[in-house]
Design a protein around this ligand. Structure first.
Ligand code: NAG
Length: 445
C-alpha cells in the first residue's frame, strides 16, 4: 500500500512539473526586452502568485543607473517591469555612485515595500546602508536616506523577515565583522545589534528550516569567487556555529557569490552571482537546489535542472539530443567555420548581417508536445550582447547572446513550444550579426 501511494504521488509531481529549465551561467533573455536580464546582486519576493526579482542594472558598468524589477510566474521566464529607483542628477542616487545588493521586504503593518541597499561613493569609502519605500512591489520607490548602521561601516547587505514578521538587516562591517541588526516594526529604522561574527564574511543571506537559522556568506575576495560558507543557530542572537562550506570544496561555490536564498515550496534555491568584473553587464546568475537538513547545508552543481514551483521539488533536466550548427542547413551568408572550442571543431558563422545568414535545424525531435528549454552553445567575440531570432515552427523568440569571453562557447537559453515528433528551429539575425552557433541541446521530453 505504501509503495502504491508513493508511486501515485511521484506521478502527480511529474505531471505538474514544468519542463522549463534553470541553466546557471547562461544568457537569460527577458521575455519583453530581448536583452540579458540585469538584476545582479538581487533577491526575489513572492507577492500573490507571482515572483518579483529585484537587482542591479549593470548595463553600463559599476556606477548606479537603475534598480530593476522583473516578474515571473515560474521563476524561469522573466518579464521586465521597470526600475524601482533610477539615477538622479545628484545625491545618493546621483552620477558615479555605487548602489548594490538591493533587497525588498513587504511590511504588513504599513502595507509598504521596503528596499534596503548598499550605498557608496565610487571608491567604496562611504560604506553606508540606504532605504527606500514603495507602494507596489515593482513600482517607483521613494528614496528615504542613507546612514552607517549604528555608526558602523556597511558594505554588502541583505535582509531577513522572520516567521513572526520581525525584520532584520544583514550588514558587513569590515572593521568588526558581519552583523545582524534588528529593524523597527515599520522596517525603516535600525534599532539594535543582534549579533556580530568576529570572522570576516560578506554577501550575507539567511534561510530558516525546522527552527534552524542558516546564515550564508562569502569570503572577501572582491569580484572573484571563493568557497562560500554557512553558520547555523536556533536563535538569531546566537550562539552561532562555526562556519562550514556548503558547495564542493575548491569549486569557488561553482564560480559564484551568494546573493539570496529563496524558499520555494518545501525547498530552497541558492541564488548567486558569477561576476565578470571586466564587463559587469555580462555577469550571469547561478541558481541551484540547496539542501537544508538539520543543521547541515549542501549544494551540488547542475548544468540544467527543473523546478516545480508548487512543491519546491528540483530534478535534473530531461535527456537531450544535440544538433551541430555546422551540419544544419545554412542559408544566406551563413557558413561552417573552424572553432577550436566547439564540439566537432566547427560552428556555423556569419549568422545575420547583410547577407541574412540563418542556421536551420530541420528535424529536431521531441517525444511530446511541450514547452521546454533549448540551450544554444554560441560564440560572440564582441564586448556587448548580440541578438538573434530563434524561430520554432514559425514562432519567433528574440534572444540575447552574451559575449563568450574568449574561451569555450557560452550558453544562451530559449523557452519554446515543441510539437511531438519533428520540429524546425531556425536561428536568424535581426539586422546586425547574430552569434556563431556551435550546437543546440534539445530535451526529448
Ligand atoms: C547606457 O549608456 C548608454 C550610452 O550612454 C545609454 O544610452 C543607455 O541608456 C544606458 N543604459 C542604461 C540602462 O543605463
Amino acid at each position: 500500500m505504501r509503495s502504491v501511494t508513493i508511486a501515485t504521488i511521484s506521478l502527480l509531481v511529474s505531471a505538474t512539473n514544468a519542463a522549463l529549465q534553470v541553466v546557471s551561467g547562461a544568457t537569460w533573455t527577458a521575455t519583453n526586452t530581448g536583452q540579458h536580464i540585469q538584476a545582479h546582486g538581487g533577491g526575489i519576493l513572492k507577492v500573490g502568485e507571482k515572483w518579483y526579482w529585484v537587482g542591479e542594472d549593470k548595463t553600463n558598468g559599476t556606477a548606479f543607473t537603475n534598480i530593476n524589477c522583473y516578474s515571473s510566474s515560474n521563476l524561469v521566464e522573466w518579464n521586465y517591469e521597470g526600475a524601482l529607483l533610477t539615477r538622479t542628477s545628484s545625491g545618493d542616487t546621483g552620477p558615479s555612485r555605487v548602489i548594490e545588493r538591493p533587497k525588498v521586504m513587504f511590511n504588513k503593518k504599513t502595507n509598504k515595500y521596503v528596499l534596503w541597499m548598499h550605498i557608496d561613493s565610487s571608491n567604496y569609502g562611504e560604506a553606508k546602508i540606504g532605504v527606500a519605500t514603495g507602494d507596489s512591489v515593482c513600482g517607483k520607490y521613494t528614496y528615504v536616506r542613507s546612514e552607517r548602521p549604528l555608526g558602523f561601516e556597511s558594505r554588502d547587505s541583505g535582509v531577513y523577515v522572520d516567521d513572526d514578521g520581525k525584520g532584520y538587516l544583514l550588514t558587513e562591517d569590515r572593521r568588526n565583522g558581519l552583523r545582524i541588526n534588528a529593524l523597527s516594526d515599520d522596517y525603516l529604522t535600525i534599532t539594535s545589534n543582534v549579533y556580530t561574527w568576529k570572522e570576516k564574511y560578506e554577501s550575507p543571506a539567511i534561510a530558516k528550516k525546522g527552527g534552524v537559522y542558516f546564515m550564508f556568506a562569502s569570503q572577501l575576495t572582491g569580484w572573484d569567487p571563493n568557497d562560500n560558507y554557512y553558520s547555523t543557530s536556533t536563535s538569531l542572537s546566537g550562539p552561532w556555529s562555526g562556519w562550514k562550506k556548503f558547495a564542493d570544496s575548491g569549486s569557488n561555490t561553482y564560480a559564484s557569490q551568494t546573493t539570496y536564498i529563496l524558499p520555494v515550496g518545501d525547498g530552497f534555491m541558492y541564488m548567486g552571482d558569477r561576476w565578470i568584473s571586466s564587463n559587469l553587464m555580462r555577469s550571469t546568475y547561478i541558481w541551484l537546489p540547496l539542501t537544508l537538513s538539520g543543521t547541515s547545508a549542501s549544494m551540488k552543481n547542475s548544468i540544467n535542472w527543473v523546478l516545480d514551483t508548487a512543491t519546491g521539488a528540483m530534478a535534473a533536466g530531461a535527456s537531450e539530443n544535440s544538433y551541430e550548427g555546422e551540419t544544419a542547413t545554412l542559408s544566406g551568408g551563413a557558413k561552417s567555420q573552424s572553432c577550436s572550442g566547439c564540439s566537432g571543431g566547427k560552428s556555423a558563422g556569419y549568422v545575420g548581417g547583410s547577407t541574412s545568414g540563418a542556421v536551420v535545424f530541420g528535424n529536431v525531435q521531441s517525444d511530446k508536445a511541450t514547452k521546454t528549454t533549448v540551450r544554444i552553445k554560441h560564440l560572440n567575440g564582441d564586448s556587448s550582447q548580440r541578438v538573434a531570432d530563434v524561430v520554432v515552427n514559425g514562432k519567433s523568440v528574440r534572444t540575447a547572446f552574451l559575449p563568450h569571453g574568449g574561451g569555450d562557447p557560452a550558453s544562451s537559453v530559449v523557452h519554446v513550444e515543441l510539437k511531438q515528433g519533428s520540429n524546425e528551429i531556425r536561428i536568424a539575425g535581426t539586422g546586425g550579426w547574430g552569434p556563431d552557433v556551435d550546437r543546440i541541446m534539445v530535451p526529448l521530453s
